[in-house]
Design a protein around this ligand. Structure first.
Ligand code: SF4
Length: 327
């Protein structure tokens, strides 16, 4: 399978434009989720409707139980305690998942919200004591700790959105590899991802390479699973500006002999603009791609860092929140 044809498998909150299943019978029209529909394989879930609370329904809230770890889901209007039903549903649902590359869940929901969900001292109004995770998402994170989790609110931030897209497409591409294949399949994958992995962690990229280099000591299955574990751990990190500049400098090295002094200086100026945050990463990357085409560098052209996810999903829009996140 060609890399660009891979569709990540993403479990998504159904109210994000798939059904009118919110507590008030509403649905959320999110333009980015709509755009994603063509590029990922969505599987929907609505824990509250699926456990039979109905649509519309009285809202539920999370309430601290007898101990700090004990979290209850209560429906104040009816007095119903939905905790056991929700946990049972979540575990059953998650146990039936054979493969998942990412979760895209509704923010601020006591069921789906990933974090910052209000936890109350009791079912009465105005008694918030802490922030926590939604009941379903807490179970999902425990069951799939290395899947790429995000909520639709955070995806309005450019950096968070890009990291999530890189993670789901990289995981999906890895899982499309022939699991019973030859070590050469993993070598090829690693070669394509070398610079992208370097932008996350030079050391972890090298560790993945060492796993392959020492393959004669293990059978393919063991290497595959160890590589997968290392890859998923690497993707929990984020690329930094400094590491990306290091990667760009390495890639630039392939062409520096071909370029004249003004051409080299132009690239260094662009790097400096990127370092200052005055230019997005796509600008120096496109320059590298241009040189790779011009100077016929197959090795650079196959690097996934040039196109880690479909270009149609590259939106430079940014909510403006989370600008302190380094990339
Ligand atoms: S947030 Fe989750 S539980 Fe609530 S309506 Fe959306 S999908 Fe259903």
């Amino acid at each position: 399978m060609e890399f660009d044809q891979v569709k990540p498998i993403v479990y998504v909150s159904r109210c994000l434009g798939f059904d009118y299943c919110r507590w008030n019978g509403d649905s959320i029209n999110d333009s980015f989720v709509n755009r994603l529909k063509e590029f990922v394989e969505f599987h929907t879930l609505c824990p509250e409707a699926d456990i039979g609370l109905g649509i519309p329904r009285n809202p539920v809230r999370l309430v601290r139980g007898k101990s700090t770890e004990d979290i209850l889901m209560l429906q104040p209007a009816t007095g119903e305690d939905c905790t056991d039903k929700m946990i049972e549903y979540s575990q059953d649902f998650l146990n039936r998942i054979e493969r998942v590359d990412g979760f895209l869940l509704k923010n601020a929901s006591p069921s789906c919200g990933i974090n910052n969900i209000k936890l109350y001292a009791n079912a009465a109004k105005g008694s918030m004591v802490a922030k926590t995770s939604g009941l379903f998402s807490a179970q999902a994170k425990a069951r799939f700790p290395f899947a790429a989790f995000e909520d639709e609110g955070r995806l309005h931030n450019f950096i968070i959105r890009e990291n999530w897209l890189i993670a789901i497409f990289t995981i999906a591409r890895f899982r499309e590899l022939d699991k019973n294949g030859k070590i050469a399949v993993l070598y090829d994958f690693h070669a394509r991802y070398k610079y992208l992995f370097m932008s996350y962690s030079h050391k972890k990229m090298q560790n993945l390479g060492h796993l392959l280099a020492n393959h004669h000591q293990e059978n393919y299955d063991v290497i595959y699973h160890n590589y997968e574990k290392g890859l998923l751990e690497l993707l929990t990190l984020s690329p930094s500006i400094a590491r990306r500049i290091n990667v760009l400098s390495h890639m630039f090295g392939y062409f520096s002999k071909e370029l004249n002094a003004p051409g080299k200086q132009y690239f260094l100026n662009i790097l400096e603009e990127y370092r200052r945050g005055a230019m997005p990463f796509i600008v120096p990357i496109e320059l590298i791609r241009n040189w790779a085409i011009r100077f016929n560098s197959e090795y650079i052209l196959k690097q996934s860092i040039l196109l880690p996810y479909p270009k149609e999903l590259l939106l430079l829009s940014d909510s403006g929140t989370g600008r302190n996140i380094k990339s």
